[in-house]
Design a protein around this ligand. Structure first.
Ligand code: SF4
Length: 380
């Protein structure tokens, strides 16, 4: 697998993984050189995120109702953030670009790149606003310590040295915290650029170590990484010892680390399973005793209006029909929002008030979740 867009070089989108596993780039490079880096097809979430990004960038793409809602919210958040950033003086700013890749170079040789979603610049070229959309539901590091945004600032510093002040904003329509903002002055931007250069040096070191963790999730080398596989064996033997009563369930810092390792191992196993599925699809005889069976086929009705017409044509009771339907609250709320011209919190409040009589809460069993706030450093 080659990456012609990034010229097979590292990019800002992998900053999070690179900082936590400095050896990952070497492995990716080696696998690519040996033709062993296989393309992992994007999942449904990634495809949906790409469509929403394209819609927000103004491209003519087909969007479903959820993606359309995401794009509308992104446009709304963009307007709010930009208005606040330019203090209402929209004549003093302009859009620098959308979906533009910036390069860090040594002379003319490209070293690294990063693509920003959208950027505005003041007409005097002193201030820049970089917007990054996170359209999915997963965890996102806030702008203040987001590795990808820090590298984008570094790339801006390299390409537009006249800019002295940067604002970076994450727009996340499907998160609880929908906007997260951080600022960099010129010195901080310069530091970000130096950190980027240092990261590139460290990751090029042949002895750079590979350290598995939750960053393995999106690592293209995951299915070929010995360290990630060893983690499976380690976690499995630990589980066996605890099961046999030879080891008490560790709590505290150690317990938290083990819980994280379990999370990583689950992802590694899932990724390996998917890789085997792809191999079987390409060669049904490659894994003795295994084959790909067809996925389940479940009957579904998308056109509820027509189904009701067919039901009524049989002179059946509408109450019986309705008892078999289930309402998607998010879709109904979106349609309600379109009808009354409301969005965001105002829409949710208005929807909850209007339908309070029929809304009930279904509560699931508690789930494990990592704390999102960074740990506070011990007092010195
Ligand atoms: S799979 Fe994890 S440990 Fe292995 S190279 Fe990738 S990020 Fe590093």
């Amino acid at each position: 697998m080659t990456d012609s867009e990034r010229l097979d070089l590292s990019s800002a989108s992998s900053a999070y993984r690179r900082r936590r596993c400095t050896g990952s780039e070497n492995l990716i490079r080696q696998l690519r050189k040996r033709g062993l880096l296989k393309e992992i097809p994007p999942g449904a979430d990634a495809i949906s995120g790409t469509a929403s990004h394209a819609g927000w960038a103004g491209q003519d793409v087909q969007l479903d109702a959820t993606q359309e809602q995401t794009v509308q919210t992104l446009k709304h958040l963009e307007t709010l953030v930009v208005t606040d950033w330019c203090a209402g003086q929209s004549n003093d700013i302009f859009v620098l670009g959308r979906e533009v890749r910036l390069w860090l170079r040594q002379g003319i040789e490209p070293l690294h790149s990063g693509q920003y979603d959208c950027a505005y610049v003041s007409k005097d070229w002193r201030r820049a606003l970089i917007l990054d959309a996170k359209t999915l539901y997963g965890e996102v590091d806030p702008a203040e310590h987001n590795d990808q945004l820090r590298e984008l600032v570094a790339l801006f510093r390299f390409n537009y040295p006249q800019i002295t002040h940067y604002t970076v904003a994450i727009l996340a329509p499907n998160q609880l915290e929908r906007v997260s903002i951080a600022t960099y002055d010129m010195l901080e931007a310069e530091l970000a650029l130096r950190l980027l250069r240092l990261s590139l040096l460290e990751t090029a070191d042949p002895d750079a170590v590979r350290t598995p963790g939750r960053h393995c999730d999106h690592c293209p080398a995951l299915n070929n990484c010995e360290e990630a596989r060893q983690l499976i064996g380690h976690t499995h033997s630990l589980a066996k010892r605890i099961e046999a009563g030879q080891y008490t369930l560790p709590l505290g810092e150690k317990g938290a680390r083990i819980l994280q390792e379990i999370d990583t191992v689950k992802k590694v196993l899932k990724s390996l399973q998917e890789a085997y599925k792809r191999e079987l699809a390409a060669d049904p005889d490659c894994l003795p005793g295994w084959h790909l069976k067809n996925g389940k086929r479940i009957r579904q009705i998308d056109d509820i209006k027509r189904a009701l017409e067919l039901w009524s044509a049989q002179r059946l009771d509408i109450a019986d029909f309705l008892s078999a339907t289930e309402i998607s609250i998010s879709k109904l709320e979106a349609a309600f929002g379109n009808a009354i011209g409301a969005r965001g919190k105002r829409l949710t409040d208005s929807f909850n008030t209007s339908f309070a009589e029929v809304i009930t809460l279904k509560e699931y069993a508690p789930e494990l979740e990592r704390d999102r706030k960074p740990k506070t450093l011990p007092a010195s």
